[in-house]
Design a protein around this ligand. Sequence first.
Ligand code: ZN
Length: 263
Amino acid sequence: MNMEENMTEKNTMPVIFTGHGSPMNAIGENRARDGWKKMGKELGQPKFIAAVSSHWMTEGLCVRRSDENPQIFDMYGFPDELYQIHYEPAGSTMLADRVLEALDGTASVNNDWGIDHGIWSVLCNMYPKADIPVIMISTDTTASPKEQYETGKKLAQLRDEGALILASGNIVHNLGMVSWGSDHGYEWAENFDRTIKAAVLTHQFDIPVNYQALPNAAKAVPTSEHYNPFLVALGAASADDQVTVWNDYRELGSMSMTSYRFG
Ligand code: ZN
């Protein structure tokens, strides 16, 4: 390997998909939080974070283009302590323009949203100083699974420019079937998550892209907004990325927290 190749490799940031689950994971003692803190230390400081949020749902793909990210408390009925968290990293019009350019005309500017709990619950533990600019990217509710994956492919080039692509959702997410207090998943949830994991670890990304054909998909992914960021992350991963599974657990019966690092 010559020096130039070595430098290129060094500058390529990993891609992260993380399960976020309940907003309560942001505080107190829990497995998710421990994993986020540890991962933040392992990743080091990216130049910026391109954050794909399951909770910013739009018709058509959107990017926030602003130097500010107002924090949104888009969840209701939780303890006061959760609403005391302040996490407002800078945005950047310049970096947003770069993200829009990478997305090659498939995304538009939308400043109606800010940094929602799907992103801040993770980042306030991963990067507690809030000192890294975040560019918010929506989840396009009209795009097919394949199109979600293609969005990730377009974002991949940003990895060489110091961007951490961080997609936040949940691979198994069925709020209607939640079993409060359960620290594991129903058998179908465990099975679905395991099938996805086996495919990801062997780089067979066509299996998660075509997840609707898998057993129990209708229960595991009754609506696609929490699954779609995972497809974006897969698209941004490359064939030679090392895959690491972390926060590998299910809880509340119908929630998978399984998270991946690519590269
Ligand atoms: Zn969520």
